[in-house]
Design a protein around this ligand. Structure first.
Ligand code: F6R
Length: 604
């Protein structure tokens, strides 16, 4: 959504806030700003666009102080311009906010009735006005926070400072994440531990409903009932290193190339490479008796869930339902008692997924999460946490998180299949043995040095691109289309190949590129018929297949990319790579901002 940072100490904070914001830029890059208190006055610097613009603005002036707050924005209410950039200021108060104040319209109107007009289109500005109003009425910071929090509704991580109390930073959390890092005579606040790990590794997390008064020496935390409460101080696992692209041009390219390695790590964390024994964390239920599995996630993580549905149903015979996180709790889903719900999230912070998880917990589900950030809110609120060991994913478009999710989900389905007696040991070994080869199979695709140049040039000049797949690779068609849309801004749609004739085939006209995800598997014959239907309408086909598939279809395709042959259950993992590379190379042809595409943020 947005990234927020606060520092209170004895040394200048501006450059350190900027450095922490850089570690949070993945949360939004529509605008950025920093406020400090200098000589009992609020000072502020803001810029539209990326942090580099703010950095330039900061170089043009002086923003000093030993207390300050900063923000990097993903716009929700109000266009991404300077006026709407945080921090928002009213009187002697400055505020940064991540989330949405749901009753801001009503509050705005109440202020308007008193003749106070807002200067911005944001939902946040009312918070600054409320805090200022309460303080001017004589409230102390603690009373002001209680009054403020009883007045606003919605989701928020808030940092507030006031020129009249330059020795305290005020913080509050509801649904949006907020962490405190404890320094030596300094305290730091941020949206996640990653933002703060280079400043201090001693982190405590505010729980939902918590708020805090922070001085340079301590954090006094209150719960929803306004009682002082202890939140444990943990040593964070988050890396304190500044991420870099190494020899690659973009983080996306780097992360695509990291897949053989991180897939290897993730697999080894669940399967002993010598004995082949799979060990999963403990579950609060027996997979043997599981009546139903509900999987909930957003975006690319949702597509991982769609692939997993095939695996859990085919290999473990568990009825599996997959839901889009933003839809789940609004459709009154039937959640079977003692059922399990699995939430997949790279960041572990996607708000829709978190809300769906809370809904499932309130409805008696066993909560499992599959995350890449083990200290995230979704992980902290789970009964059982499965981890992907993808390492920090910086590129907004997810790549290595997706394939490591798939590795984990397949391992889990195989293990549960064995436990439930629905999968023979022989079949389980055949899948798992082939899975251990996945890192070298993926690495071989890189060293094959396939020519992405001509096809990506063609895609880059196309208006529409269609991705087709069947069965277990239908979700890979969806993922391929999503990747292309995100990083190249080209309209792309993924379809179950057999569904084309029910409408989407009307989109086909001469020359439209159709990417066929078509390994030679049990769905291949059907997929080839769909390919012929597309060809008959003038489509130009990009064929992703293996030796057997290519032998049968190569004449029909304009571009052919040869993949190694693998067990058909593994093809979604393998075929993720060419669809990622297609999107990446097409975006390079177009010259888009690949790592930070327009309108997006890594965690929303
Ligand atoms: C696509 C992408 C998004 C995320 C989605 C969920 O490349 O990155 O679609 O997959 O926003 O994010 P997480 O997995 O962090 O919950």
């Amino acid at each position: 959504m947005c990234g927020i940072v606060g520092i209170i100490g004895t040394e200048s904070v501006t450059q350190r806030i900027l450095a922490a914001l850089k570690r949070l830029e993945y949360r939004g890059y529509d605008s950025a700003g920093i406020s400090t208190i200098n000589k009992q006055k609020i000072a502020r610097c803001r810029a539209a666009g990326k942090l580099s613009n703010l950095e330039q603005e900061l170089n043009n002036g002086t923003l000093s102080g030993t207390i300050g707050i900063g923000h990097t924005r993903w716009a929700t209410h109000g266009v991404p311009n300077v006026e709407n950039a945080h921090p928002h200021v009213a009187g002697k108060v400055a505020v940064v906010h991540n989330g949405i104040i749901e009753n801001y319209q009503q509050l705005k109107e109440e202020f308007a009735d008193k003749g106070v007009l807002m200067q911005t289109e944001t939902d946040t500005e009312v918070v600054a006005h409320l805090a200022s109003q309460y303080l001017e009425a004589g409230m102390q910071p603690t009373e002001m926070m209680q009054a403020l929090l009883s007045k606003i509704r919605g989701a928020f991580a808030l940092l507030i400072m006031t020129a009249d109390h330059p020795d305290v930073l005020l913080a509050a959390r509801k649904s949006s994440p907020l962490a405190i890092a404890h320094g030596d005579g300094e305290m730091f606040l941020g949206s996640d531990a990653l933002a703060l790990a280079h400043l201090s590794r001693k982190i405590s997390y505010l729980e939902d409903g918590d708020w805090a008064i922070i001085t340079k020496d301590e954090a006094k935390i209150y719960n929803l009932e306004n009682e002082v409460i202890d939140r444990p101080i943990l040593i964070t696992e988050a890396s304190d290193k500044t991420p870099d692209k190494g020899k690659y041009r973009h983080y996306m390219e780097k992360e695509i190339h990291e897949q053989p390695e991180v897939i290897g790590y993730t697999l080894a964390s669940y399967r002993n490479p010598t004995t082949g024994k799979i060990t999963l964390p403990d579950f609060a239920f027996s997979p043997l008796k599981l009546p139903k599995l509900t999987i909930v996630a957003a975006g690319t993580s949702f597509y991982a869930g769609m692939v997993a549905k095939y695996w859990f149903e085919k290999l473990a015979r568990i009825p599996t339902e997959v839901d889009i996180a933003s839809e789940f709790r609004y459709r009154n889903p039937v959640l079977i008692e003692n059922g399990a719900s699995l939430f997949i999230s790279q960041s572990g912070e996607s708000l829709d997924t978190l809300m769906a998880q809370r809904y499932a917990r309130d409805n008696g589900q066993n909560i499992i999460s599959l995350v890449n950030v083990p200290e995230s809110t979704i992980a902290r609120e789970s009964d059982t946490v499965l981890r992907t060991l993808a390492g920090p994913e910086i590129s907004v478009a997810s790549t290595k998180a997706f394939t490591t999710q798939l590795i984990t989900l397949l391992t889990m389905a195989v293990h549960w299949g064995q436990l439930r007696g629905t999968l023979s040991d022989e079949m389980a070994s055949s899948i798992m043995d082939n899975l251990t080869e996945m890192p070298s199979l993926l690495a071989a695709i890189f060293s094959d040095d396939l020519d992405w140049g001509s096809v990506s040039k063609e895609l880059a000049s196309s208006r529409d691109v269609i991705y087709l797949g069947r069965g277990i690779n239908f979700p890979i068609a969806l993922e391929g289309a999503l990747k292309l849309k995100e990083v190249s801004y080209i309209h792309a749609e993924g379809y179950a190949a057999g569904e084309m004739k029910h409408g989407p085939i009307a989109l086909l006209e001469k020359g439209v590129p159709v990417v066929m995800v078509a390994p030679h598997d049990e769905w291949f014959e059907k997929t080839s018929s769909n390919l012929k239907e597309a060809l008959a309408r003038g489509a130009r086909v990009v064929l992703l297949s293996d030796d057997k598939g290519i032998e049968k279809l190569h004449e029909a395709a304009t571009w052919v990319f040869r993949m190694p042959e693998v067990h058909q259950m593994l093809t979604p993992i393998l075929y993720s790579l060419p669809v990622q590379l297609l999107a990446y190379h097409t975006a390079r042809q177009k010259g888009t901002e690949i790592d930070q595409p327009r309108n997006l943020a890594k965690s929303v």
